[in-house]
Every structure is written in C-alpha cells, then in structure tokens.
Design a protein. Structure first.
Length: 217
C-alpha cells in the first residue's frame, strides 16, 4: 500500500473517532436534560421538607398599642450594675432522668439601676439653718432589674428520650435569673452606693444654687 493511502486512512480514522465522541456527548447531554426536571423537583421537595422540620418563626406584632397608665417620674438614677449569673433549671431528675428528665443551664446577664425618687422629697425635708442647708433624702431604691435578652442564652440542655423539653422551663429560669441578679446587686451594696452618689450629685447642685454648706441627714 502506498504511503499516501496510509495517510488517508489515518485521517478517516481520526474523523470517525471525533464523530463518535461527539455522538456520545450528545447522548449524555440529552439524558442529563431529561433528568434535570426530576432533579429540580427533588431539590424543591427537600427544601420544603427542611422548612417543615425547621421552620423560621414569623413574628407579627399587633399594630394596636394600649396605654394602661401615664405617670410622671422624678427619679434620680445614680448607679447601674451589670451582673452575670449561671442558672440551672431541672425537672424530673432521678433514676429515670435519662428517660423523662429535663435540665438546662442558662447564662443570664442583666443590669440593675438604682437611685432616689425625688417625688418623695417633701418641703419639710429641706431646712436652712444659719446658712447651712440640711437635707433629708428619701431612701435609695432599685428602679430597674432586668435581663439583657441579647446577651442571655441557654448554654446547654439535656432532655430524656421520651420528652421534648418543658415549655416553661426556660421561662422559669429567666424569672429566677432576674430575681438572682437583683439579689446579687443588693448583696454588692447597690443601695448604699446609690445613696452616696445621690448625695455627691445633689451636694454639687445645691452649692451651685448658692448654698455654701450642705449637710445630708
């Protein structure tokens, strides 16, 4: 066989191989296109199932606001403490806690604000004798003791096999945490510090008003 005939046969073989590869790719693409709608249906179904199992909560506030009371305030806030407490809440603990028990650890962070209520300051509580102003301040008190919901969270929760968690357990933990935060502030002497700060502030105020000496009784 002549040399040029070999060259022609090689060229024809290359062309046939190229045509074969093209046909195989075409068939694969056609099959893939046929199964594409099925893939989309499967993906959509998976998304819907995930939304059912893990729904995103929808919060709809009522547009109507009801005012129950309007009260004038004259509170002098003189101190704020930020505290953190660890609260453990549990129910049905014992030998079968792994079946029906519920236990959570709640990290609570909140603030307590204290001061004096100037509405309780009466005219007879202010007396001037010999140029000296005598002031009888009302007792300091706590105005606010509240949790910071953005910084408070459930650190850990352990439920039994047959329970899904008590609905009110976290709510009760939050109530206890709020009381414990206020209790902790009282133990740290927040009322005494509030009274000291109130006297310091009012002393400067009365001196600016022209009283050279102020004595708090």
């Amino acid at each position: 066989m002549k040399k040029w005939q070999w060259i022609i046969q090689i060229i024809i073989l290359v062309i046939l191989i190229g045509i074969g590869v093209f046909l195989v790719n075409s068939v694969q693409n056609s099959i893939s296109d046929q199964f594409l709608p099925m893939r989309e249906i499967t993906n959509n179904l998976s998304t819907q199932i995930a939304e059912v199992l893990h729904p995103t909560p929808t919060i709809i506030p009522d547009p109507v606001t009801i005012i129950h009371e309007v009260q004038s305030l004259a509170r002098l806030e003189t101190i704020k403490l930020t505290l953190e407490k660890i609260i453990t809440a549990e129910t049905r603990q014992g030998a079968f806690d792994w079946l029906i028990g519920d236990r959570l650890i709640f990290i609570a962070r909140g603030e307590v604000i204290a001061g004096i209520d100037l509405n309780k300051l009466k005219p007879e509580d202010l007396n001037v004798v010999g140029g000296v102003l005598y002031v009888n301040l009302p007792e300091s008190e706590i105005f606010v003791a509240a949790l910071d919901n953005e910084l408070s969270y459930v650190y850990d929760r352990d439920t039994g096999l047959f329970v899904h968690g008590e609905v009110d357990l976290e709510t009760e933990a939050r109530r206890v945490a709020e009381r414990e935060i206020e209790k902790g502030a009282l133990e740290d002497g927040i009322l005494e510090l509030a009274a000291q700060n109130a006297e310091s502030f009012l002393d400067r105020l009365f001196r600016d008003l022209g009283y050279p000496e102020v004595i708090f009784e």
